[in-house]
Design a protein around this ligand. Structure first.
Ligand code: ADP
Ligand code: MG
Length: 576
């Protein structure tokens, strides 16, 4: 007996649904893309209970006649490509002809559609892939698709769905992304019958960006218009000011011919454009609109069409990099990223610092081995009396020190990071934050997903000295900040905290979240470090040596390097 059987169409669609329909947001994505392809000028998304109860997408696009309304629910039925050559030059969002049958196979599905001059529309009802009814219906020109009880017939899939709030956040951010990609189309989005946002059609991407993400987000970006052409690739949009780096990439939106995409080539291009300007490990928020001939790339490499493969990767990378550099070059203050107001690491009064200077003069036992051949991170050792004589400051961040006739260099910037990291971690663990009330509490507007995160972590933030109060939908009032960050822009602190949570991952808790938060707060200090006065420098050194792990910054880079006297002698060719 043959073991191989043809899958029934329904089962095949359910299998395909596994790839296309990952979660409610993917349904919303596919349906909005269809509406865009149908030439809609206005698209409405309504969903309830995180999309699990219902998702309704309606548009005023071309609509379908009865024959197409039935045909579009067949597997591999698409109006968008006819022959295999068409695959080489796809200009529509969809082309696989898989979405509708896949979605209909795992839900209770209703399609109502009407062509502009037809006398009546067509309604098709499907349950778990079986057509239940087809009939005439009243329907405004365009298409309305209702997806209810997603995965009702596939309990295993249903179990994998996250909390309603999470799925809802994914849907909203999906609608936002597609709205950002298509400023010329009006969008409205309703969650559990409440309006989340409504944006009118506009020619100006900046208007769309501001309406979706707020004036603050827009303000942190530099627009580059008009679009520029780099060897057949045109680019327009917005890129971060050099000081606006984020730990993760959630604020990088790139669109290729209107399609949201991600590609390493774009990442690499951006990295080329921000060397040194962006602190290591930070990603610049960007909104990039790329246009290129469809023959330049292949978007048929991912079932949900999330990735594209460029025919000439380095050309794309160069175009992006060149482009961002051109824009950054116009920014007068880009080289002064580290000159933003000081972190005030050296907190003790000058008098104390001076006293400590005297302590430095009393030579202590050697702290380091003198056998090192090359400058190396100084190994961890038990805490001792300060064994250095400060010589002078070098550049903006180094302190030169003498120790037993040898040379030690302290990286004060890395030291500041270590000090604030241990300090904030200690305060969190002791539940004794040293918070400073802001004279002028600041309002910070967040995207819904970010807002939910921050809301759920408010206690943890408070333990770190970040005092927040909800202030209406999507907005927090920042009432206090950790004292050493009191001069930092409140919203930067909040963004860094969000990035920290996201980098730590949604399942992290307790120690690892504390650690991530402490790291991100201390990296703010690092980013804003500016050249200290000698006394402050000495105070930093003193605080560094009082740390549990003084010899490296939280990311593991050395804070102190040493050339022993013996080594210096050897280098100069003297017998030691
Ligand atoms: P694809 O988008 O890959 O072609 P889909 O399964 O998403 O496949 O859609 C199948 C077809 O149904 C589309 O090619 C299009 O002809 C038709 N269609 C789907 N949604 C709409 C809509 N909102 N308005 C008009 N036609 C639509
Ligand atoms: Mg489609």
């Amino acid at each position: 007996m043959g073991k191989i059987r043809m899958l029934t169409d329904i089962v095949a669609s359910q299998v395909a649904a596994g790839e296309v329909v990952e979660r409610p947001a993917s349904v919303v994505k596919e349906l909005i893309e269809n509406s865009i392809d149908a030439g809609a000028r206005s698209i409405t998304v309504e969903f309830s209970r995180g999309g699990t109860a219902s998702m309704i997408i309606s548009d005023d696009g071309s609509g379908m006649d009865r024959e197409d309304a039935l045909l579009c629910l067949e597997r591999h039925a698409t109006s968008k490509i006819r022959k295999s050559e068409d695959l080489l030059a796809i200009s529509t969002m969809g082309f696989r002809g898989e979405a509708l049958p896949s979605i209909a196979s795992v839900s209770k599905f209703r399609l109502a559609t009407c062509e502009p001059d037809a006398t009546s529309g067509t309604e098709v009802n499907i349950q778990g892939g079986r057509v239940e009814s087809v009939r005439d219906c009243g329907q405004a020109p365009g298409t309305r698709i209702e997806v209810r009880s997603l995965f009702f017939n596939i309990p295993a899939r249903k179990k994998f769905l996250r909390a309603e709030a999470t799925e809802a956040a994914h849907i909203v951010s999906q609608v936002q992304i597609l709205a950002l990609a298509n400023p010329g189309i009006a969008f409205s989005c309703f969650r559990d019958e409440k309006q989340v946002f409504r944006v009118a059609a506009t020619k100006d991407a900046a208007v769309r960006l501001r309406e979706l993400f707020g004036a603050e987000f827009l303000g942190a970006l530099m627009p580059f218009a008009p679009e520029r052409n780099y060897g057949g690739i045109t680019v327009s949009g917005f890129i971060a000011k050099p000081s606006g780096g984020r730990r993760d990439r959630s604020h990088q939106y790139t669109f290729l011919n209107g399609r949201p995409i991600s590609s390493p080539a774009i990442q690499h291009g951006l990295r080329d454009a921000y060397p040194g300007a962006m602190e290591k490990g930070l990603n610049p928020p960007v909104v990039l609109y790329l246009q290129m001939d469809a023959s330049f790339f292949d978007c048929n490499v991912h079932p949900a069409k999330k990735e594209v493969r460029f025919r000439n990767t380095s050309q794309v990378q160069e175009a992006i990099g060149q482009f961002a550099m051109d824009v950054l070059a116009r920014q007068p203050d880009q080289k002064h990223i580290t000159a933003i107001p000081s972190p005030r690491i050296a907190m003790s009064e000058t008098g104390v610092a001076v006293e400590k200077t005297h302590a430095f003069e009393q030579r202590a036992k050697p702290l380091f081995s003198t056998e090192d051949i090359s400058p190396e991170p100084v190994s961890k050792s038990t805490k001792q009396e300060l064994p250095f004589t400060p010589l002078s400051l070098l550049g903006a961040q180094y302190l030169l020190l003498e120790k037993d006739g040898g040379l030690v260099i302290a990286d004060l910037r890395a030291a500041s990071e270590r000090i604030s990291y241990e300090r904030i971690l200690g305060q969190m663990q002791a539940h004794q934050p040293s918070s400073q009330k802001l004279l002028f509490p600041a309002l910070v507007e967040l995207q819904p997903k970010d807002y939910d995160w921050v809301h759920s972590k408010q206690d943890l933030l408070a333990s770190a000295g970040i005092l927040l109060e909800s202030f209406g939908t999507g907005i927090f009032k920042v009432e206090g900040l950790p004292d050493f960050l009191s001069e930092t822009e409140p919203r930067e602190v909040i963004y860094a905290a969000i990035d920290a949570f996201r980098t730590a991952g949604s399942r992290a808790h307790g120690r690892s979240l504390e650690d991530a938060l402490a790291r991100s707060m201390s990296s703010l200090i690092r980013a804003r470090f500016r050249r200290p006065a000698m006394e402050e420098a000495i105070d930093i050194l003193h605080q560094l040596l009082a740390c549990d792990l003084p010899y490296a910054c939280p990311s593991g880079k050395p804070t102190l390097v040493e050339w022993s006297r013996a080594e210096l002698d050897r280098k100069f060719g003297h017998e030691s």
